[in-house]
Design a protein around this ligand. Sequence first.
Ligand code: 13P
Ligand code: SF4
Length: 312
Amino acid sequence: MTNTVRSVQDRIAQLKAEKDICILAHSYQGHEIIETADFTGDSYKLSVDATKVTNKNIVFAGVHFMAETAKMLSPEKHVYLANIEAGCPMAEQMEPELIQAIKESEPDRKVVAYINTTAALKTVCDVCVTSSSAVKIVSAMPDKKLLFIPDCNLGSFVQKACPEKDIMLLNGGCPVHAAVTADEVTAAKAAHPNALLLVHPECRPAVSEQADYVGSTSGIIDFAKKSDAKEFIIGTEASIAEHLQFECPDKRFYLLSKKILCPNMKMTNLTDVLRVCEAIGTDEAKESEIIMSDELIANAKVCIDEMLRLGG
Ligand code: 13P
Ligand code: SF4
């Protein structure tokens, strides 16, 4: 670590204490940001963590829907997104009107929304899931007929794990994970024949079906740390392979594909976190604050509460 990074981190720590700030960082963030965070992990863990924060201010290092979820779970707090431009393209893929129309034509089909959705879309959904909780939550639902949005790859992973359900899928998904091909799996396995393949369920079925383990960001990290194996091919955002290599220097981590870099997750840097922490308490902070009406929070939060109830 350079002296500059350390001095920025020290200043962030000082501002956190002075301004009563809690930092939540998704595991796809860079190591220097993760080191400043009070809570880190996958999107499910961060949702649960957001309910436990006692500070007045939350700075989120991640993408927009994650900060929006934190705001819904802690509406009395000020929630800031470290880089307000950082969104998740998948979250914007479907309009509430489309889902509303399907619900009207099939009223007995419950709508399961991946948490990577806008608050507006969540208002027409029955329950949220994350990649780590989707199978558990869908299994716990009494309903057989479901519509799973927006990620058809995660949706088909859930359908395989829950064959008793009738899950309708639409054509959405993560452009980063869905870009990985079965040919890249073949090439990576040939290059590293002793490595286990760990992939995120946002990858296409042709990729996930060849994996030794399919799970969320935190699931992949836990699996690799606990495994007796020494080599792993990582099929999720490149930062996870970097974090694992740092934490497990005796093991080897290879990237499944050079394409798995999320430009939105990479938009935030340590300087953004510092800038927002400096701005809190001034007018400048308003540019980074998540503002939602009470009505939107009340309507969108129903399916997040249901996620926490069924996933807990
Ligand atoms: P996790 O549920 O693993 O945190 O995934 C979030 C995400 O955006 C993956 O691309
Ligand atoms: Fe969205 Fe995919 Fe980036 Fe995750 S990796 S934030 S799902 S675009």
